[in-house]
Design a binder for this molecule. Structure first.
Ligand code: ASP
Length: 250
């Protein structure tokens, strides 16, 4: 059996934005599914599905991401291979188009798990992961949202996401390949108007992402500060371990 689940936008999506979200997740499913169907690995499937959504400006990942309090995009992403429990992640990177590809490189070409900021960019350049100018990631739609948030003083705190009922357009994927391997991946621009350097759950293994062939895979979305507190992704896996593998109950 092969299987692929993707997410991209878990909020009260207005009707006007539904079609773009549906098309975006369906496109990502197609990309990842074609990998699995021709016998490709779960890791290849989740990386390509998430990269497709990073390339799609609809979502809060890659180009089109939310803008932080000083007007910049900072990207977080992580990927995990359930066969080996190896993982790679990046946080607060400002000039990489596909942070999920960089996270995979870190998993495969280094002995580290998480690189941040300029160190992550340096690693990207060394390993020929395409970089871009920080401006490339900024879209007119998000600049407009940012200006609105900036003009409303109540949004200037760390709780802007929770109090503002703002979009949650983080993307993710979990795949099971023909050999029985599971992989998970998550990518985000974080929360709107976040403090510079703020890191959410998405690049933290065990919080936003987890995969273990013995049990299953998880990619989370929602308010990062609360997801981190309960180590959500690993907690789901732990619960599935004792409940006979029932993800809904977990
Ligand atoms: N979990 C993400 C974060 O806190 C936000 C989201 O899921 O939309 O960075």
């Amino acid at each position: 059996m092969i299987s692929l689940v993707v997410h991209g936008g878990a909020w009260d999506i207005p009707d006007s934005l539904l079609a773009a979200h549906r098309a975006g997740v369906q496109g990502a499913l197609q990309v990842g599914w074609s990998v699995l169907k021709r016998g490709g690995s779960a890791i290849d499937a989740v990386e390509s599905a998430v990269a497709a959504m990073e390339d799609n400006e609809t979502f809060d990942a890659g180009k089109g991401s939310f803008i932080n309090a000083v007007g910049e995009v900072e990207l977080d992403a992580s990927i995990m291979d359930g066969r080996t429990l190896r993982a790679g992640a990046v946080a607060a990177v400002q000039n990489v188009r596909n942070p999920i590809t960089l996270a995979r490189k870190i998993m495969e070409e280094s002995e580290h798990v998480l690189l941040v900021g300029m160190g992550a960019t340096r690693f990207a350049k060394e390993h020929k992961v395409p970089t871009c100018s920080p401006d490339f990631l900024v879209t007119a739609r998000e600049l407009e949202r940012w200006r609105d948030i900036q003009s409303a003083a109540r949004f200037s705190t760390v709780d802007a996401f929770r109090h503002g009922r703002l979009p949650s357009d983080t993307v993710g994927a979990v795949a099971l390949d023909r050999s029985g391997s599971i992989a998970s991946a998550t990518s985000t621009g974080g929360t709107p108007n976040k403090y510079p350097g703020r890191v959410g759950d998405s690049p933290l293994i065990g919080c936003g992402t987890y995969a273990d062939n013995e049990t299953g895979g998880v990619s989370a979305t929602g308010w990062g500060e609360s997801i981190i507190k309960v180590v959500l992704a690993k907690r789901v896996i732990d619960l599935m371990e004792v409940n006979g593998g029932d993800p809904d109950a977990a």
